[in-house]
Write a protein that binds this ligand. Structure first.
Ligand SMILES: [Fe+2]
Ligand SMILES: [Fe+2]
Length: 209
C-alpha cells in the first residue's frame, strides 16, 4: 500500500485534496506534481526504514502534496513560497471542512520544509517532508531538476554549477533521519562526480562558461 493509499484509508477527503493538488501543481518536472510523487516515495522509504508508527498519514500526505503549491506566486507576491503554500493549503483545508488543529499541523510542516527559509521542523511529519523534499534535490534527479529549472529561468551553466556548490552539496547536512542521511550521502556522490566532470571538460576546452 502506497503512502497516499494508506492516508486515503483513514481520511475519506484525501482523494479530493490530492486531485486538487495535482491540478494546481501542474506537470513542472522540477517543482510540480512529478516532484510531489517522488517526494512521497522518499517519505515512504523513510517511514519504513525508521519504523515510524506514530505518523499522521493524512497530515504528511497533504503537506507533501501542497508544500510547493505557492511557488509560482513567489515572485509576484515577494514572499517565500513556504508562507504562500502554507496559506493556500490552510485556506483550502478549512474550506473543505478539515479541523483547525489538522490544518495547523499541515501548515507547520509546509512552513518548515525549505532549506532556504531555515524554519526548524518540530513534528515528525515536518521532518519527514523536509528530508524527502531534500532527497529529491540530489542525485541524478536533482541534477536534472537544477538544469530543467535553469533552462526555464535562463540561468547559465556556470550559475547552475555554482548552485550545486552553494546549496545542493550541503543538503546531506540537513537531514533529520539516519536513513535519509544515508541515501543523501550516496546521492551526493553523483552530484560531486557531475561537478568534477563539468570542471574537467571545461578545463580541457579552456572555457569558463
Ligand atoms: Fe519548496
Ligand atoms: Fe519541494
Amino acid at each position: 500500500m502506497s503512502l497516499f493509499e494508506k492516508a486515503a484509508s483513514v481520511e475519506p477527503k484525501l482523494a479530493e485534496v490530492l486531485a486538487i493538488a495535482e491540478l494546481a501543481m501542474g506537470d513542472d518536472q522540477a517543482h510540480g506534481w512529478p516532484h510531489v510523487v517522488r517526494a512521497s516515495k522518499y517519505a515512504e522509504a523513510i517511514v519504513i526504514s525508521e519504523e515510524l508508527h506514530d505518523v499522521n498519514w493524512p497530515v504528511l500526505c497533504i503537506a507533501i502534496a501542497l508544500h510547493d503549491v505557492g511557488r509560482s506566486k513567489e515572485k509576484a507576491l515577494g514572499r517565500h513560497h513556504s508562507f504562500i503554500s502554507a496559506e493556500m493549503a490552510g485556506n483550502m483545508l478549512i474550506r473543505m471542512g478539515f479541523s483547525h488543529g489538522f490544518t495547523d499541523c499541515v501548515k507547520k510542516a509546509i512552513l518548515a520544509h525549505s532549506y532556504s527559509l531555515k524554519v526548524r521542523p518540530e513534528t515528525i511529519e515536518s521532518k519527514i517532508l523536509s528530508d524527502a523534499d531534500k532527497l529529491d534535490a540530489i542525485g541524478a534527479i536533482g541534477i536534472a531538476r537544477v538544469l530543467y529549472t535553469s533552462c526555464g529561468m535562463r540561468r547559465g551553466f556556470k550559475e547552475s554549477i555554482e548552485h550545486f556548490r552553494q546549496k545542493i552539496i550541503k543538503l546531506p547536512d540537513y537531514m533529520y533521519f539516519k536513513s535519509a542521511k544515508k541515501i543523501a550521502v550516496k546521492l551526493i556522490e553523483e552530484v560531486n562526480t557531475f561537478i568534477q566532470w563539468y570542471e574537467e571538460q571545461s578545463f580541457l576546452l579552456e572555457i569558463n562558461i
